[in-house]
Design a protein around this ligand. Sequence first.
Ligand code: AMP
Ligand code: ZN
Ligand code: FE
Ligand code: FE
Length: 281
Amino acid sequence: MVYDLHTHSTFSDGTTSPAENAAFAAAVGLVGFALTDHDTMDGWAEAAQACQEHGLDFVPGVELSTEFEERGIHLLGYWVDPTHPALVTECVRLRAERDRRANAMVANLAALGIDISIDDVRAQAAGAPLGRPHLAAVMIAKGFVTDEDAAFDQYLADGGPAYEPKRALAPVDGVALIRAAGGTAVLAHPGLGSRDAPLSTVLLDQLRDAGMKGVEADHCGHDPAARNYWRAAARRRGMSVTGSSDFHGSRKESKIGDATTSVSVVEELRRRAATAVDGKG
Ligand code: AMP
Ligand code: ZN
Ligand code: FE
Ligand code: FE
């Protein structure tokens, strides 16, 4: 009786359709799953329809990009109102910002002798918000690197030589936006992408004070020590602990259901979303 609360589709940088995610979720016996594409809610309709056909509970979500100290901080927003004007405006702005940033990273790569074209990156994304995995895919196709890990390790990772930060909200403002849109905010994979230092627990306190309700401690990319660390950090602050695969289709090793969240935690988060709109959450 578990959910996978973080999956991507071709509506962002995954390689499977929302309906394929639903079919996987059903095949591995989940109660339900969340579609959490980067800065877009456009895949919800397809996912909801497919969940209905498979008898799954669909958790509508978005993985909102925010930035803190030159590092991307990802916030999962569940059950947000997809028509909330400020949230829609920020997602539209972020998609344009992703375009600017992809162009900047193509220029950074060119300066490093990696010649790829923005048109090829766009073709990879096929209309989805542009992300680093799309750049990595072109770098692989052109023979500059052998796989996505190499593209990130050598060029694209946060702070890497070709990295360009997004101009994005501060994480506390992202939490406020998710709450204003009636959702529940959960901090995604706090243990990933920490090149030099782990994420600050001062930030975690600030996010909790801003109304964040959960921490994705059981993320497939966290080793057992990181999972324990973030689980304890969340519990000490009265926040729920979630688990998820962060499925990206064939782009990542993890499969839907490789890390999961219990029904009781999902219900707790759902209750807290309902109260967020009247300020009591
Ligand atoms: P972006 O939205 O452009 O900032 O890219 C974020 C996405 O890139 C994540 O969702 C992952 O799919 C991928 N990613 C980020 N960091 C790494 C890394 N170090 N290695 C492999 N993939 C990564
Ligand atoms: Zn991604
Ligand atoms: Fe993420
Ligand atoms: Fe993700």
